[in-house]
Design a protein around this ligand. Sequence first.
Ligand code: ADP
Ligand code: MG
Length: 470
Amino acid sequence: MELKDLWLDIIKELSKEIQRANLITWFRNTSVLEIKEGVMTVGLPLPVFLNWHEEHYAKQTLKAAQAIQPEIKSLAYEVDTALGDRDPRVVDLAQYFPEKESRKLPNKAEVKINGEVVSKALNPNYTLESFMVAPENRLAHAAAMTVAKYPGENYNPLFVYGGVGLGKTHLIQATGREILKNDPKKVVVYVSAEAFTNELIEAIPSKSMDRFRNKYRKVDVMIIDDIQFIANKDRTQEEFFHTYNTLTESGKQVIISSDRPPHELTLLSERLVSRFESGMIVDVKMPDYETRVAILKNRCQQAQIFINDQVLEFIAFNIDTSVRALVGVLKQVIARYELENTAPTVRSVSEIIKQSKKEVKMMGYVPSDPTPHKAVTLERLTDLVSEYYSLPKSEVLSESRARECLIPRQVIMYLAKSKLHMPLVKIGEGMGNRNHTTVMHSISKMEIQLKNDRQLLCDVNAIAKEAGIH
Ligand code: ADP
Ligand code: MG
């Protein structure tokens, strides 16, 4: 059996347990390099994959491999930066694990009933799986799951309220999406209260009220977002009230979001408020720190970008006003990352946070301003690298040939030479009395790797920036 076919079979086996998004992120451009004396060596394209695979996938991978080839006894990993999309050794995951077509839902673009368009597409990113459950929104999530399973039954209407950017739209759309997933024939309509109002206003003079009414009264699930918008609009309330009654009386599900609970919607007619109160009322609040970190990690995985835990934790720690603000900062961080080829550090991120919200008080440790060029010494460089890779200095300077020590060590030597212009002999002395030929060898290895390994390049740039020698 060819190694490539074997690897494909193993990945297929793993795909039963690993979510597609994770599979694509972490198994892309991997390959079996060799099998020798019972040891299967798996090639990984980036050093950052190493820890992740060892911690998360090693056991499963070995098990899957043994199921296919029992003579495999153990696993070894090796970083091979030459592994890339065009490398003939790697399996094209996108080909074998295409995006599921179950998303071909009736409302993929827009739903048509009687030739009329009634619903804008639901945002494909808003799913129940991607909604992170924190203690603060557990009830809301559970209620959404129940409604998704039994639409039109017990929780009708489902009323979700909470402040701006806390996940209301995400959750109610996800519920609609899940209902469609369970039964693609259902007609699910999502509309903001504002759009509903505008459509009504357009329908009145053109005498197309019947059409407007039919449109909303024929659906299985109506999702109306930001209901507070119609609070002071009597005519819209009147129309909505009738739509609501028609739907609920025939066992159809209504899902509503609002910026406050029903009884605080003072300008809403009492009969509507009392209808809402007869349903399931749940709130969403700002998730706790751990969930915020989980949200950020999940986003990075979706974007297939690796960002240091320390950096993500820093963002999560400092952004506690809304999830929208939280993911907004992350989006900026990623954009800058891609634009400048520089991996984000706590300092660069703290600048983005400061800019995006001037009044934010920064918490946690932010490194002081970059040291001016002159002051950068080999020792300072070693400190920075050790901090960056979360690796004790003693290990950075040790004799260990393990990849996680080797790379940081080579980064120091490379920067000392290329940015500080230190003589090789001096670098060798400062790095635990290494021979200058060793230093030279390490530097030239680093130079080759930097050409092929974008992550490494980003890391090196980030460290140089941190040191003020960029
Ligand atoms: P709202 O409608 O309450 O103003 P949104 O639903 O638009 O807020 O959410 C704002 C952003 O935050 C969206 O990108 C959404 O995906 C994200 N978000 C909110 N809550 C969560 C959560 N619990 N897990 C994952 N993402 C979330
Ligand atoms: Mg919203």
